[in-house]
Each structure stands twice: as structure tokens, then as C-alpha cells.
Design a protein. Sequence first.
Length: 467
Amino acid sequence: MTRTLLVAPPYQADISSAAQTTVGAPMGLAYLAAALRDAGESVSVLDANALRLTVPEAAERIVRAGNAGVVGLTATTPTIGRCAAVVEHARARGFAGIAMVGGAHPSALPAETLRAHPGLDVAVIGEAEGRIAEIVRRAHARESFAGIGGIAWRIGDAVECEPEPPAPPELDSLSGPARDLLPMDRYRSPDSRNAHTVVATRGCPAPCHYCAVPNLFGKTVRRREPAEVAEEVGVLVRRWGADHINFVDDTFTWDADWVIALCDAFVERGLHRRMSWQCLTRVDRVDGRVLGRMASAGCLRVEFGIECASTDGLTALRKGVRREQVQRAFDRAHRAGIQTMALAMVNVPGESVADVEETWRLVQALDPDQLQVSICTPYPGTGLYDEARAEGRLRTDDFARYRFLREAVLDNGVMTEAEALAAQRLLQRRFWLRPRTVGRLAKRSIRRPSLLWAAAQALPAFVRDGP
Ligand code: B12
Ligand code: SF4
């Protein structure tokens, strides 16, 4: 019988029509499951999202799993309410164990999370591999969590909180993610029906005002050994049939020498012939040499956060990049033969509808292969959230609405909510319906039929609700 069940709540239906064509593994839970197994704990993972379960169905699985003594859920800001709802439904069906949450949202607002959701008992702050076995042991034994660090817990009507987590463990000392506990046949992306996620680094030193990553993973980039990463990719290819890898690191190319060593490790093992890969990075952390090596090691696409075109907007976001650097990075990637995805933003503090037009001109000049337009959203754990809250510029306290592709919860001081939403849709539609984008997609679909499948999946919702 499973004593501990880790749960990823359902959220797929809430993200954009285009984003829904990607289903990714809950990597945090997979790492935690491995750490628990190492400690001899019997653990299972329920990826309710990939399995497309509803909240009551997920709760039913918790109860059917033999009523695990501890349930641990992973939460971002828009999914914290969903996590609490899963627990409530499970309790209504007889679940009497300890319910804990971790992830970006509880890490930013641990005590508030417990106060807002009486069904939740424990909120864990930051990376938890080093502490999870002890937390779970104490939860089963119903002992106090005092002294663990980086944790909030409920005692009767009160909430105790130890806000400082201990330093996270070295990444190479962690056991690899317990993929055998995940529904591996469910993970896909537009590029492949067998696409899998890898985490090679954690943390980011950049000062971006809107980003929760430095709060969650710290302000230095911690990297795994390139050979270890290549071994993990090799297992994904051989054991799980992966032919596309999505590196979800936030600034994959922070260290050029590390990237080159990783590319060499792929090539030495012949992996570049068996899979393609993509990553996310900053425009000021790539040059022609690195991009060239990435291309020859199988890199299909790089995603760059371009945010917005106006200098004032970039200053408000504290992005720390200039427009010339953005253009240079896209030109270099295209010259190296790597596709690009531009991650743009509207509703940036102080931005007007005219500024959004400027962003559209920038997008046209960059000529990316793909575009995602977010609506600037103040997530807890960011400077933007603290500032917007202090200045009364949050349009709602309902965290379920903090979905950066669907809602405009920040009053940016200039645009109305309707204008911000319209601006996002306009940019997305202009881009995705332009003949150049459609033509490229059609051409690439000949080599990658999964793209056609993804387009067919996304199209009805795209036409109905917008991107
Ligand atoms: C890949 C990714 C996605 C994928 C999700 C794939 C998946 N299956 O999870 C997609 C594209 C679908 C996505 C969507 C969204 N994402 Co996202 N995403 C990421 C990204 C880049 C990597 C996630 C990851 O794998 N991290 C690596 C693992 C190891 O870390 P982890 O999951 O956080 O887990 C560790 C700790 O948090 C903790 N922990 C986590 N869960 C639990 C549970 C328990 C019980 C315990 C004890 C501990 C614990 O321990 C883990 C191990 O150390 C992160 C940024 C980042 N670097 O993490 C953003 C990030 C998580 N996303 C973010 C956001 C905002 C979203 C969206 C809300 C955007 C939107 N569309 O509106 C949606 C929400 C969907 C959702 N999952 O809730 C924000 C969250 C901020 C916040 N306060 O909520 C982040 C931090 C990005 C950012 N720049 O700010 N995302
Ligand atoms: S947006 Fe990207 S570069 Fe900026 S802090 Fe977050 S992860 Fe780092």
C-alpha cells in the first residue's frame, strides 16, 4: 500500500489552446518520489493533469490508492485552489491523512496558503529533495515540523512558519527523477508525440522583476555534470523512446563552456542523431559559437524572452537587455539553423496600446518561428507582485485568475483589462495567421507530422477562444 502519494493537479484545460498541445511531466514530484524511495518510503505519483482527471476523479484516486497517510501536491499560483479542492473532495470521501503542498506558490506565500485553505496541513518552501523524507516521516508519525526549516504547518487554529529553507543539495547528488512512476506515454509536444522533459540546471541570477524563479531556486545557476545529463537523455531515448527533449531550465546557456561540454556529450554518444531538443534562455547569453555547437548537437529550437520593445517597458521589467541584443540573438540563431520562439509580453507596467504596436514591429523584425504572447502577471514571489500589491494595482485576489495567457490581473496604469486582453489576442492572431508562419508550419509538418496533429488539436480552441 502506498504510504505517500504525490499529486499534480489538473490544469491543462486552463492554459492556452496552443500550450495545451504540450503535456509535460511534473519533474519536481518525480525528483521528490526518487528521494522518498531512496529513504525506503513507499510512494506513488498521480499526474492527474496528464491523465486528464477532473478534481473529483483525482480525489477518488487518492482514496482508492489505499488512503495514503500523506498526500503531497505541487502548486503554482493558479493551481493552488485546485490542489485544495482535490484535498477537500478526498476528505469528503474519507481521506484522513496529512495534506502538504510545495512548488512556486506555497514557496512564496507559505503561511497565507495554509490560512486560505483549511484543508491543507503543511506548506513546503523551495527545493525539497533534501528534506522530504524527514517531512514525510514526521507527518506519518504526527510529530512537529519544528527545526526542519523552510516549512509552514498548522497547529490547531494557528500556523507556524520557519521561512528559511536550508541550502539545497548539489544537483549531482540527487537521484534521477522516478519516471517509472509517471504515465510516460502521456507526455508530448507539438514536435513529437514522445517528447520528454529534463532539468539540467536550477536557479537564475538575473534581476527580472516579474519572475518567480530566483525566489524558488536561488540567484545562482547550479548545473549538473554534462555527462550525467547526457546519460539521462540516453535513457529517455533508449528506454522510453523519446525523440524530442524539452530542457525546462530557465537560462540554459548561462555558462557557454557548460553548454558546449553538454553538446559534445550528446555527439559522443550519437544522441544528436536520435533526438532533437529545445531550451529556453536569455538573448544576452548566446553567441554564434555556442549556437553553432548547439545546432550540430541536435538543437531544434531556442525560446527567448523578448518581453516588449519599448525601453521604458524593459526598464520597468528590469530585464537587463537591450533591443539590439534581442535582434542579434535571433539573427545568430537563424544563421546557425536553429528555430526560434519569441516569448513576448503585453500589459507591462506603463505600457500603452501604441507600445504594443512597437512590440509587433519588433516581432516582425525578429521573424521568429513561433510566438507566445503573455499578459504581464504579478506572481507571488516576485518584486512585481510586492509592488503591485502595495500600490493597489492587483485587479483580483483570486489566484485562480493568475493565468498569464488568459487574464489581465495587473492594472498597468495605462491599459484597461479589455485593452490588454485584446492586445494579446491581436499579436497572437497576427502572427499565427500570417502566410509566412502558416507556410513554414506546413513545410515543417512534412518532416514532423506531429506538428499537423498539434495544429489540428489547437485550431478549434484557437478559433473559438483565441490563442
Ligand atoms: C515547465 C514549466 C511549465 C510547464 C508545466 C509542465 C509540468 N508538468 O509541470 C507548462 C508550460 C505547462 C507551465 C505552465 C504554467 N506555468 Co510554468 N514553469 C515551468 C518551469 C519552466 C519548469 C518547472 C519544473 O519542472 N521545474 C523543475 C522542478 C524540479 O522544480 P519544481 O517543480 O518547482 O519542484 C521543486 C520545488 O518547487 C519543490 N516542490 C514542488 N512541488 C512540491 C510538492 C511538495 C509536496 C513538496 C514537499 C515540494 C514540492 O520541490 C521540488 C524539487 O526540488 C518553471 C520554472 C522553473 N524553473 O521551475 C515554470 C513556473 C513553475 N511556471 C510558472 C507559471 C506562472 C506557469 C503558468 C501559471 C503560466 C500560465 N499559463 O498561466 C502555468 C500553470 C500550469 C501549472 N503547472 O500550474 C511560474 C510559477 C510562478 C507562480 N508563483 O506560480 C514558474 C516558476 C516560472 C516563472 N518564471 O515564474 N509551466
Ligand atoms: S525571466 Fe528568465 S532570465 Fe529573468 S530571472 Fe526569470 S529565469 Fe532568470
